[in-house]
Design a protein around this ligand. Structure first.
Ligand code: ATR
Length: 281
């Protein structure tokens, strides 16, 4: 079969997803295409979605600003997409559109790939900075994969508290302001930066100071433009182990590709290749 795949969002002209999925198709010897399907805010979203139904697209990713908008158009929602309240992957299965969210699980896969020892006993203390859509997905994926101690800190405390409502019976979660988190940094084994702070063009900004960071802490930033954020550079200079944001992009795509094709695909050296692409931007 020829897989018809694509990405819906706005603006997405510079998305790296076509590059990733075209590599995955090649690696698995499957034929198909992955197209950019840009829908601007002036367009009629329902009509554009109906066109995709009519053409029987096999699957698509959906990104900003439509991860919630798409939900009423779906026939079924996977359990984790339901908990997160946002969908980034849709598959056509037996005539039905089923929505998934691969962002959080993709992030957790990327972390496991880089630091497998964290996953042998999931008792590490994890701090998430931020409480937007990305944090929600990552929190859900970490707790469902068995991590017990996952705390949340955000500028707006109430948003962190809302995410903490997803907590499972085994989960222990505390919520903090960013100032409180700054003071408590040394308590954590893993710190995950999920806000947009530090993204181009505001590359000198950091969401919190890392003065209290202890060496050997794993510090992760989901921002990948630039790849080496000030947050990661500062952490590294303090002896932290770092985890780059572009890996989340690769592994959320890997999981989406599995959902569409039922095929396993290795990321392999695409990690290094994507790094070079991003460094050249
Ligand atoms: P996404 O879905 O990509 O996670 P989002 O939902 O817009 O994006 O979430 C953005 C996150 O970045 C939020 O946690 C936001 O904090 P608030 O909930 O207080 O708005 C955080 N954020 C954005 N700009 C920030 C800034 N200048 N300082 C601190 N936090 C910031």
């Amino acid at each position: 079969m020829m897989y018809q795949l694509g990405l819906i969002g706005y603006p997405i002209k510079h998305s790296l997803s076509p590059w990733i999925h075209e590599h995955f198709l090649k690696k698995t010897n499957l034929s198909g295409s992955y197209d950019i399907i840009e829908i601007s805010l002036e367009e009629n979203f329902s009509e554009r979605i109906q066109q995709l139904r009519d053409q029987q697209i096999d699957g698509f990713n959906i990104t900003v600003p439509y991860k919630q908008t798409i939900i009423p158009y779906l026939d079924e929602l996977d359990a984790n997409a339901k908990r997160i309240g946002a969908v980034n992957t849709v598959v056509l299965k037996d005539g039905k559109w089923i929505g998934y969210n691969t962002d959080g699980i993709g992030y957790v896969r990327s972390l496991e790939e880089a630091y497998p020892e964290l996953f042998t006993n999931k008792s590490s203390r994890v701090l998430l900075l931020g409480a937007g859509g990305a944090a929600r997905g990552i929190y859900d994926a970490l707790t469902t994969s068995g991590f017990t101690y996952v705390d949340l800190a955000n500028r707006t405390l109430s948003s962190a508290e809302e995410i903490a409502e997803l907590k499972l019976p085994h989960t222990k979660t505390k919520t903090f302001t960013l100032q409180e988190a700054e003071a408590r940094l040394a308590e954590y084994d893993v710190i995950i930066q999920t806000t947009s702070v530090g993204m181009k063009p505001h590359i000198d900004k950091m969401v919190i100071s890392l003065d209290h960071l202890k060496p050997e802490t794993i510090v992760s930033d989901i921002v990948y433009q630039p790849l080496e954020t000030t947050f990661l550079k500062t952490a590294q200079a303090k002896g932290a182990k770092i985890h780059y944001g572009h890996t989340m992009l690769l592994y959320q795509a890997q999981y989406a590709f599995e959902i569409w094709t039922n095929q396993q695909v290795e990321v392999g050296d695409m990690d290094e290749q994507l790094k070079s692409i991003l460094e050249g931007r």
